[in-house]
Design a binder for this molecule. Structure first.
Ligand code: GDP
Length: 641
């Protein structure tokens, strides 16, 4: 049933390996596990899926060992967790002396004859899962139904309403409190009626029936009147009319600039229309350079406070207590246990959530750190808090550092050599800053000497095309053709509103190819992650045009929502794509970073969930407010008390 079981050291030495009869070689899946989970600090849950395999693993932090078992993911093997625990214990105990006395040399020269032990443990684990045999179905004789008599199943007339009321009552009380209150009042009313009927023996059966009928109709009429809400006649007749604002212009045609044929023609912006200094921002910067995010780290005193405060619980936890316990807590010579770490991790988790890290991810991160540290012997003069904090800090930096770096300038140059434009698509929900940051990126590209064609594929939101036109004019005013050898550095490709976005993007790309533009930036309409038709349209735009880079634009203000957006965008792109290997998000533009102070958690949430890099960070509303991510700066802000 198992495909493989392997034990290796964290340094990379394979100590022992069991290979299943027909299973695939362990190398590729184990390498994937190391690359995507162990090195990426994503060890929160002990399971990892690679192609058709599920891998479960356990870390021994004391002896720096990793135990990995692999099996087909369609199988539900209930004994795997037990097996991995048993093998871990047995292997560690058997070779403990070797590890302790010889250290790394023990691993190099060690002979680990573990096959028989492993096979025994495997048999035991398999047996233990079989012990709980499936429960046998009851026979009819054993069931409650068989004990019922025919008599008790016959309903007599008088009992029927009572029973029904009773059942209703039970259901209502189970569901919620409000119904439970309402139903008994009805029941008691019915009871009253019955008892009243019983009392007044002078009333004949027919009279009672008549009375009940009248009561029923009376109630029914009332309910009918209530449910028919009065609608003003005027509203019924009128259709929906657009609101006319006091100072606005009621003529929509006046406001629609989309027909003015500006396709590809970029007018220079009249200088008096905007203040170039305001649009530019920092004048002292080096043109074309993408500066790193800056963050001033805490002063030492504050750091100390963080480390010292949560120390207390760990000191208390020391079994010996008193002076010795305190020294042990301070100096530390024992291996870390889950109990030692739990209070600190709990604090860290709350801290991360307070900094806007999505709750679910904060939990996973702390879990991963715990798994990484459990059993590890603490260094001299380190506290539990500082050890956990250090590990968490390292994990966070690791998460923010992309597996694949996106170097836009290098890729644009590559595309240039191939005589084709480099295409970037921007997507995200409404109002996150897609157009603004697209303009900032255009500015940065222009400063680096690349010409840009902006494709206005947001054909939905009123004003979207005009917004891009204004940016195009301003960018051209800041970088007029005269200062670029007569070359217009940025143009807008637009077809107005209501058209097929994928088609416009395609036309824009071929226009850019013919006109020799270096880069095409495709702006798309904002859409909610749950809107299936719009997500299908986006998947189509991406599938048809095969951009070089798909950037998800998300604002740093969000917490848990960031994760939901990203997961659903990626899922929708995968689900609605016709291709076998669907095109997903390649990178992230994190916007409005200037508005969040040190609540920088969204950066962690977004990269953790996608494993994609944050390519650009928007830090304001001028063209210069574009930065590259500095993982250490973000982590420093995150760890700040
Ligand atoms: P879109 O609907 O996604 O295209 O969003 P817009 O580009 O229209 O931006 C929405 C608002 O966010 C505008 O008022 C922008 O000025 C503002 N905005 C965009 N990026 C940033 C940023 O990095 N910092 C700040 N403070 N505001 C931003």
């Amino acid at each position: 049933m198992l495909d493989f079981f392997t034990i290796f050291s964290k340094g990379g030495l394979v100590l022992w390996c069991f290979q299943g009869v027909r299973g695939p070689a362990a190398t590729a899946p184990v390498n994937a596990l190391i690359r995507s989970v162990l090195l990426q600090e994503r060890g929160g849950n002990n399971s990892f899926t690679h192609e058709a395999l599920t891998l479960k693993y356990k870390l021994d932090n004391q002896f720096e060992l990793v135990f990995v078992v692999g099996f087909q993911k369609i199988l539900t093997l209930t004994y795997v967790d037990k097996l991995i625990d048993d093998v871990h214990k047995e292997f560690r105990d058997k070779y403990r002396n070797e590890f302790q006395q010889k250290g790394a040399l023990g691993l190099l020269n060690g002979t680990f004859d573990f096959k028989d032990d492993f096979m025994r443990l495997l048999r035991d684990a398999e047996e233990s899962s079989k012990v709980r045999a499936p429960t046998v179905m009851k026979t009819f004789e054993q069931s409650l139904k068989s004990q019922k008599t025919v008599k008790c199943m016959i309903e007599t007339r008088g009992e029927k309403p009572k029973e029904k009321v009773k059942n209703k009552k039970n259901k209502g009380s189970k569901k919620d409190g409000t119904e439970a209150v309402a139903v008994p009042s009805k029941a008691s009313a019915a009871d009253k009626q019955l008892s009243a009927a019983g009392d007044k023996e002078e009333l004949t059966k027919d009279e009672i029936l008549q009375k009940n009928r009248e009561e029923f109709f009376r109630r029914h009429m009332k309910a009918g009147e209530k449910s028919r809400s009065p609608k003003p006649d005027a509203q019924k007749e009128k259709g929906k009319k657009p609101r006319v604002w006091d100072l606005g212009n009621s003529n929509a045609k006046v406001l629609d600039y989309s027909n003015s044929a500006t396709n590809g023609s970029a007018e220079a912006c009249p200088v008096e229309e905007f203040d170039p200094d305001m649009a530019l921002g920092d004048k002292n910067r080096e043109p074309g350079r993408l500066y790193d995010l800056e963050y001033e780290s805490d002063d030492e005193a504050e750091e100390e406070k963080v480390v010292q405060n949560p120390l207390k619980p760990s000191v208390k936890k020391g079994g010996l207590g008193g002076m010795f316990g305190m020294l042990k807590g301070l100096v530390g010579s024992k291996s870390l246990t889950r109990d030692d770490m739990d209070p600190v991790l709990e604090k860290m988790k709350d801290h991360l959530i307070a900094k806007n890290v999505a709750a679910e991810i904060a939990v996973q991160l702390c879990e991963s750190v715990a798994k990484k540290l459990e059993g590890k012997v603490m260094g001299t003069f380190t506290t539990v808090t500082s050890t956990v904090k250090q590990a968490l800090q390292e994990a966070l930096v690791q998460i923010l550092q992309p597996q694949r770096r996106v170097d836009v300038l290098r890729d644009v140059m590559d595309a240039q050599r191939n005589r084709r434009p480099y295409v970037v698509t921007f997507c995200g929900v409404n109002g996150v800053g897609k157009s603004t940051n697209l303009a900032k990126i255009s500015f940065w590209l222009i400063e680096n000497g690349f010409s840009v064609l902006i494709a206005a594929c947001d054909t939905f939101r009123a004003g979207a095309v005009e917004q891009l036109r204004t940016h195009t004019r301003r960018l051209n005013a800041l970088h007029p053709p005269e200062s670029h050898g007569g070359r217009t550095m940025v143009q807008l490709y637009e077809k107005g509103y209501g058209k097929d976005a994928a088609g416009i993007a395609m036309e824009a790309i071929s226009y850019a190819r013919n006109q020799g533009f270096d880069v095409v930036l495709v702006d798309t309409a904002g859409r909610m992650q749950d809107n299936a038709p719009l997500m299908t349209a986006l998947a189509k735009l991406i599938a048809v045009n095969a951009p070089d880079l798909v950037l998800f634009v998300g604002e740093a203000l969000v917490g848990n929502e960031a994760v939901d957006q990203l997961v659903k965008f990626n899922k929708a792109l995968a689900d609605h794509s016709m291709a076998q290997t669907p095109r997903l998000i390649d990178g992230i533009v994190l916007t409005k970073f200037d508005t969040i102070d040190d609540k920088v958690g969204a950066a962690i949430s977004m990269t953790y969930i996608t494993s994609k890099p944050i390519v650009f960070v928007g830090t304001g509303q001028t063209y210069c407010d574009l930065r590259s991510l500095n993982a250490k700066a973000v982590v420093a802000a995150l760890m700040k008390a």
